[in-house]
Structure formats: C-alpha cells, structure tokens
Design a protein around this ligand. Structure first.
Ligand code: MSP
Length: 665
C-alpha cells in the first residue's frame, strides 16, 4: 500500500473564493478519492494562509485584530469545501499557534543552523497581492506581472535566505527527478529561471506585525511564503520528526517511500518548485515528490458586460444544477496544464451534452427498461462476453491512466466514451423489440445485465469526480454503496447484484433550457443595481440530483414579459450573402453582431438578391438553437414581415446608425 499525501495550496483567508480556488481543490479531491478507491493510504490537506500584509491592512481599516478577520473568513472556505464534498482529512490554519508556529520557528532555526541566513538592507517593489518582491525587470510597465497594479516601494533591513547557494542542488534535483515538476513544460520554465541565477531571498519583514515572530530577530516576522509553505509539514506533526503522520506521509530523503504531491496553479509554481525545496534542503529535510501545476481559468473568452448578459455567475448555475455539475464541468473543460475559459454558455452546453443527455438519460432509460422487463429488479442472469464489457475494460484502463498522469479531462472522456458505448449497445440490441417479440428470455436478461453493469462501472469511475451523482446512480442500479466505500474491486466487471431492486427516479440532470436561463439572468442583471459580480463561487449549492425547477408552460394566447425576453433579439449587419444552391428560398448570410460574425440561413431568397442584402442592417434572434438547413448550420433567424396573401418576406428596417449587436426589446 502506497502512502500518498495530496495538498492544495493554502488559500489567502480574506480572499473571496472563486473558480480558480475551487478548481485546485476539486482536482486534489479527485486524486484523493481516486487513490482511496485504488486502496492507497491517502492523506489530503487543505487550509488557509492567514498572515501577511494584506490581512493586516484589512484589519487596520476595520479597527480590529487580524485574527478576528481571519476567523470570520475561514468559515467561508470550510463551508464551501463541505458543499462541494471536498474530502480533505485535515485543514491547517497558519494562525494555529499550537500546530503551525513551532514548525515555522523550527524551520528557521534549522536554516540558520545551516548558515543560510544573513541580515542586510533591502529595497524593492513589493506586491501585496503576491506577498512577494519583484525586481524591476519582472515588472510589466511598472506593474505586478500577476495582479497588474503597481507594487509598493519598500525598504527595510531583512534577514535573507541564501537561495543562491541552492542553485546547483536544485538543478541536480530537476535533472535526477524530471517528474519533480509536472507538466514537463513547466519544469522547463522553472529550470530556466534557476539557470538564470538565484539571488538571496528576503525571509523576514519588519513592516508588518501580523506574522510569526522570527526566532533570534526581534521585531521581525517570518516572510509569509516561508511561513505558508511550511504548512505542508506542520500539518503532519513537524517539528516532531518522529510524529506518526510525518513519518507516514513525508517522503524519505531521495523521494523514496511516501509520495507527497503539491497541486498548485501556475502562478505559484516558482514558490513551490524553487523556494520550498531549497528551504527544505537547507533545513536538512527531504523534498516533496512532485509539484503539479495547472493553468488559469479565464473569465470568458468574450468581454464580460452587463448589457450582453454574459456575466459569469456560477452561483446561479450551481443553485440550478448542483455542485456535481460544476465539479464535472471544471474537470472536463480544462485541458490540464493549459488555461481554460469559464462561461455560462460552455457550462450549459457541457451540462446538456455530458450530463443531461449523456449519463443522466442513459441511466434513466436503462433502469426504466430493465425495471419494466423484470418487475422492478435487476436481471437474474449475468453476462460476461459482450461489447459493453469490452468497452468498459478499455475505458477503465484509460481512466486509470489519465488520472495517473494528471489528465483529469481524460478521466471524463473515458466515462463519456463508456456511456456512448452503452448507448450504442442498447440501440443495436433493441431490447424493447426483443421483449415484445420473444418475451423475457435469458438473452434479454444478459442484454440488460450488460447495460446496467456498464453503468455501474461508469458510476464507480465517476465517484471521484461527482460523488453525489455516483452514489445516486449506484442506488438506482440496485448496487448501493457510499462513494467513500468503493474499492478497486468495484472497477471489475460483474459487480451488479442479480435480482436486486432497481429504482426508477426523476432525471438525474434535467435538461437545461439555455434560452430561459439567459433570459432570467439578463432580467436579474438589468433589475440589479449592483455591479456585475466576478466569477465567484456560490454561497449555496443544491444537491447534485436536485432537479432544476421546470419552466412554466407558456400561456397559449398571451405571453409574459419574461417569456418575451427569452428571445434575444439583436441588430446585425449582413456582411456577406449567397443563395443556397438547389434551394429557391434559402439565402446563406454572414451576420456581424458586435465583434462576432455568425451564419444565418433564412427563407428570403425569393424577395432579395445577395447584392441587396450585403451592408444591410437587420434584426435577428440571437439565441435560437442551431439548426441545419440544406446541410448548413444556421445560428439564428432573421426577422421579416410575412406579406398578406403572397407571404413574401419583408425585412424589418433598422436605422443604419444603430450599431450591430444592439439588443432589441
Ligand atoms: N496563499 C497562497 C498559497 C500558499 S501555498 C503554501 C496563494 N493563495 S491563493 O488563494 O491566492 O491561491 C490559491 C490557488 O488558487 C493557487 O493554486 C492559484 O493558482 C489558484 N488560483 C487563483 N486564481 C486562479 C485562476 N484564475 N485560475 C486557476 N487557479 C488560480 O497563492
């Protein structure tokens, strides 16, 4: 049994958590859950980073003690992780005087004993956001390269850590253990940085008091990164080198034994892959096994703006679709290591494709059919030679490989592929026809067994990613088990109990009506006087399986304003047009709306030539589901009056001065 230690960064306690924090925490949770399932001895740590200038400033502004600010905010993180089913075994706070302070003091003492500390005067640009000094050359137009605002020029006498002495040992570490940083491209970045030359690093501060007193230097507190990084071992019982957890989960010298893996975003890789191993080397302690860095979540590929109604508000998404849906989205959407864009559109599309139509629909259909055929029970006979079994073997292996290589999105691909294979199998076997023609035969039992067993395996593979959904799937399939109790044996074919009760339930993921969602949101935004929120994480999350409220049916004669606002009408400019070959009526148009150009196919070729259309401003429905007309995908509908008697289209006139993209209402 391998001991595996997974950590998230500890989050700045007074920052409001957002999608980026959630992502790091969710993928660490996915790893922890996967390795527990595979039978490893797992410890999963998260926590909060509570010292530093940022928090001290907030406390000062409010006239209260910094610890009060920290205490107030820490609950936000704890509650959030609970809502998202984060299965951390421990939660460390750097303000913890019993667990954390002695560890940091001991690190400093050991580093000092090794002769790596020196006092000297220091002047530099300090970014409070990063809690780090930047040399002139790293500033972008005089601003912090991460936060984009001007750092403060600070000058003080500090204790310096001789980071420069560790240049060779660090390069040797990267050479000997090229997987120390993952993905490999990030190792190259780190290596280049070290090769360019390391300078002594300031590790004490006198400008602040909210920190851990620096042993041997009254009036100094420990630099927040030296303080914060130490959390990874203080939580294991260091400075007691004999502490059971420390011995069990921190690698021995040379990286043997336990595996300690730090999951971080790319912005804090340098601290983890350079400073941290150097501190540890200096203190005579083994370095972690690996630092794994992910990319950033960007807000939207489009500019966020109230009037367009594309404000990113995952809280609404989670309230409607559940925390598992957001966990799935985050894992599936980001190609690990690269940046990804968060948008409501992306979320809804993926939700409908992967969860509502994919997992959810396939499960409902399969359980319903089997329940009808076998009076509410799972089949009485198993099958161990069929296409689903073969697909499952391939996909379970792909899933394992993806997770072992931190390709989290590969794990969701494997689940999707298995569900698609199950769908294909059902379609080819047509059990609904078989039961009508032949009645309940042993063959029918075997077909349904294959389908339900395939879904059971999909649920097990899903359990680290969307634990609530996995549990609900297993319950419905007659194989109830808590996600935390699943083990490697559950990934093998044949675990579905025979003649066990099936549960037919409401759709796991009711289909999302994207148009209604955006109309509701647009209305909320225009009703609201508060500024558009950033992509923060929800204050409340519905359970995964909680169905979204169904849309009220529209009244036949009259519609409400809300209903009308479901239609997103826009002014567009036709920038190109050509008649669709072999069609009398259809015209293919390129319509510019704001910065975007889309294709719309409209039945106006009987009344207009392409030349008459190009350059003309029109009104079109922007949020219509795409439709294929004569093989061309049309994204919207141009509005035209239908003339009496002939029915000939007459395009609505728009004042040419109205900019394209303007909303019509
Ligand atoms: N307190 C330090 C970490 C100390 S660890 C010894 C810190 N905290 S943080 O709250 O600012 O960030 C924590 C994590 O969130 C980092 O991994 C960071 O990369 C991640 N993210 C913050 N914004 C992000 C995005 N927009 N996208 C993805 N992750 C990013 O840094």
């Amino acid at each position: 049994m391998v001991s595996r230690y997974f950590t998230t960064p500890i989050y700045y306690v007074n920052d409001r958590p957002h999608i980026g924090h959630l992502y790091t925490t969710v993928i660490t949770d996915v790893l922890a859950r996967t390795h527990r399932l595979l039978g490893d001895d797992v410890r999963f740590l998260t926590g909060t980073d509570e010292h530093g200038q940022k928090l001290e400033k907030v406390a000062k502004a409010e006239g209260i003690d910094p610890i009060e600010v920290a205490n107030r905010h820490v609950e936000t993180f704890r509650a959030l992780w609970e809502r998202f089913d984060i299965s951390n075994d421990d939660f460390i706070r750097t303000s913890d005087r019993t667990r954390h302070y002695p560890a940091v003091a001991e690190m400093v003492r050991r580093i000092a004993a090794n002769g790596d500390l020196e006092v000297s005067r220091h002047e530099g640009w300090y970014c409070v956001g990063c809690e780090a000094f930047y040399p002139d050359k790293d500033l972008v137009d005089g601003n912090c390269p991460v936060h984009g605002y001007k750092p403060e020029l600070q000058s003080e006498e500090n204790v310096f850590f001789r980071l420069d002495r560790y240049q060779d040992r660090l390069l040797e570490l990267y050479r000997e253990r090229p997987d120390f940083v993952h993905p490999p491209t990030r190792l190259n970045e780190v290596r280049s940085f070290v090769e360019a030359g390391l300078k002594p690093l300031s590790v004490s501060r006198t400008a602040i008091t909210w920190g851990i007193p620096f042993p041997g230097h009254e009036g100094h507190v420990v630099y927040v990164w030296l303080d914060a990084l130490t959390n990874y071992i203080s939580a294991l019982g260091f400075p007691n080198d004999e502490a059971a957890e420390f011995r069990r989960f921190w690698p021995e010298a040379g990286g043997a034994g336990a595996r300690a893996v730090h999951l971080v975003g790319k912005d804090i890789l340098r601290f983890h892959a350079i400073f941290w191993p150097a501190f540890l080397m200096s203190a005579g302690l083994p370095v972690p096994s690996q630092v794994v860095a992910h990319g950033w979540w960007l807000r939207d590929s489009r500019k966020m703006s109230k009037s367009v109604g594309n404000v990113v508000r995952p809280d609404e998404l989670v309230a409607s679709f559940g925390s598992d849906a957001l966990r799935w989205f985050l894992v599936a959407e980001m190609s690990f290591g690269q940046d990804a864009s968060f948008s409501d559109e992306g979320f809804l599309t993926r939700y409908n494709a992967d969860l509502a139509n994919g997992v959810g629909n396939t499960l409902s259909r399969a359980v319903r059919m089997a329940s009808d055929a076998f009076s509410g029970k799972t089949p009485a006979e198993l099958c161990d030679d069929n296409d689903v079994l073969r697909a499952a073997e391939v996909q379970v292996a792909a899933w394992r490989e993806a997770l072992a290589g931190y390709r989290f999105e590969g794990a969701t691909d494997a689940i999707r592929a298995l569900v698609t294979a199950i769908d294909g199998y059902v379609t080819s076997k047509e059990p609904w026809k078989k039961v009508k023609a032949e009645g309940v035969t042993p063959a029918l039992h075997r077909i349904h067994f294959s389908v339900l067993e395939g879904l059971r395996l999909a649920a097990v593979m899903l359990s680290p990613i969307a634990p609530k959904t996995a549990e609900e799937m297993l319950r419905r399939l007659g194989a109830p088990k808590a996600a935390a109790d699943l083990r490697e044996a559950d990934l093998a074919w044949g675990g579905l109990p025979l003649s066990a009760p099936l549960t037919v339930g409401a759709p796991l993921f009711p289909r999302a009506d994207a148009a209604a969602y955006f109309a509701r949101k647009e209305k909320d935004v225009s009703d609201s006087t508060t500024p558009a929120p950033s992509p923060e994480v929800p204050a409340a999350a519905a359970p995964a399986a909680a169905p979204a409220a169904p849309e009220a049916p529209a009244e036949p004669a009259r519609i409400s304003v809300d209903e009308f606002f479901k239609a997103d009408l826009r002014v567009g400019e036709i920038v190109a047009a050509e008649p669709v070959p072999k069609s009398k009526k259809l015209m293919k148009m390129s319509v510019k709306s704001g910065d975007e150009v889309r294709t719309i196919v409209g039945g106006i070729a009987t009344a207009y030539t392409a030349e008459q259309l190009v350059g003309r401003k029109i009104v079109f429905v922007a949020n219509l589901a795409p439709a294929k007309l004569m093989g061309i995908e049309s994204n919207g509908m141009v509005l035209a009056a239908s003339l009496p008697e002939t029915g000939a289209p007459s395009l609505l006139m728009v004042d040419p001065s109205v900019p394209s993209g303007t909303r019509v209402k």
